[in-house]
Structure formats: structure tokens, C-alpha cells
Design a protein around this ligand. Sequence first.
Ligand SMILES: [Zn+2]
Length: 113
Amino acid sequence: MHELGICDALLKMVRSIAEEEALEEISRITIEVGSLSGVVPAYMSDCWEAVTDGTELQDVEFVVEELEGTACCLDCGEEFPADAGRLRCPNCGGEKLTPLTGRDLTLKEILAT
Ligand SMILES: [Zn+2]
């Protein structure tokens, strides 16, 4: 489950930002997960809980927003919204696709009180 590694990296990132910006009490962290990133949003919440258990961040609200990605068909050039479970061109049925957006996982916001 690579979500665990991602959460671990995320925790380090949050801590370094908190230090840089001298944030005291972090109350909410929001991340944005693209539908083609290969990351399962539900797992992210579970793994976040696991990596922050017993740390100063364990009670922080963790929000995962899903972002719909788009892909382009290499056969007919059609661009369409895509998710990892449905990778087929709606126009020609082709399976040679290239992702355009939605491959990223980003730390969107750290809310501190
Ligand atoms: Zn197509």
C-alpha cells in the first residue's frame, strides 16, 4: 500500500511547512487527489491516521478532495474526463490513452488557528 509512504512524506512536509511559517496549532489539512494519481482517497485517510497516531498532529482534521482527471485518446484525439477504473475512450472505444490532468496529489491547504 503506497498510500502509507505518501502519508509519511506528507507528514514530513506538513511539519517543515509548520516550522517555516511558525504555525502553532494546525486544525485542518486539506489534500487534493487526482483521479489518475493511483491513490485511493479512503486509504489516504486511514494511513494518515496511522502515521499521525501519537503525534502532535493526531487530532488534526484531514480532508481529502478528489479531483477529476482528464485523458486524451491517442487514436482519435478525444479529450474526456477519466478515472482509473474506466480507461477507455468514449468516442472510439480506444484504450491508448494519455493522461492530461489528475495525476497529482497536492497538499492544498494547512489551516492553523
Ligand atoms: Zn478515441
